[in-house]
Design a protein around this ligand. Structure first.
Ligand SMILES: [Zn+2]
Length: 203
């Protein structure tokens, strides 16, 4: 092989390597799912007074978090009679929040409704938009927590990506995360099959 052929081989190898890296980026996914889903890509919800009474900004934060998911495809509508609800109190065994999915009687994989719990007894400082113009470094962003728990409500488990994603196992103080690509890939996989499958079993 002469020098020109060598260079061509190197160039070809570089093209292949860069193609693989592009493919792996565009198909990267790390979400995991529970195996439960709503029958349709919509449901209603209500904010319990235990939640709305926990802070002056809590109602708008809660409604905003549901609207954030609505913007990515799963439609939520406010309904004071909804079984899907958000409550606050002494829940979640010391965690910031937690979510229960309640399946239908006939099918354990079909979600009838879910309940998001926000732990207001853990001594956590939740930022609801009223404490300062921007998220302080020593506050947990309530809207991020709500987005995370709603993600569980529609069927997502945690991501295998580690920290810094909406569906990471932990949320850090001073960090706000929107409905990111990993979370919406999971949503799209569950509800319309337009994303690759999960990266493993539910975590
Ligand atoms: Zn979680």
């Amino acid at each position: 092989m002469n020098r020109v052929q060598n260079l061509r081989s190197v160039a070809r190898a570089l093209v292949i390597v860069s193609l693989i890296s592009v493919l792996s980026v565009s198909h990267a996914h790390a979400f995991t799912i529970s195996g439960q889903k709503f029958p349709n890509e919509s449901t209603d919800y209500r904010l319990d007074t235990s939640y709305t009474g926990s802070g002056t900004g809590w109602a708008s934060v809660g409604n905003g978090a549901f609207a954030d998911w609505g913007a990515t495809g799963f439609a939520f509508s406010s309904n004071s009679g909804s079984n899907t609800q958000v409550v606050a109190g002494n829940y979640c065994s010391g965690n910031l929040g937690c979510t229960s999915r309640l399946p239908t009687v006939l099918n354990p994989n079909i979600i009838y409704y879910f309940v998001v719990y926000i732990n207001t007894y853990g001594g956590f400082a939740f930022y609801d938009g009223t404490q300062s113009p921007t998220l302080p470094s020593n506050y947990y962003d309530l809207r991020t927590l709500m987005r995370h728990e709603i993600g569980h409500g529609i069927g997502l488990c945690h991501t295998n990506y580690g920290t810094g994603y909406l569906m990471s196992t932990q949320i850090a103080q001073g960090v706000a995360i929107g409905t990111d690509a990993d979370a919406t890939d999971g949503e799209n996989h569950i509800y319309n099959g337009t994303s690759p499958g999960p990266s493993g079993s539910c975590i």
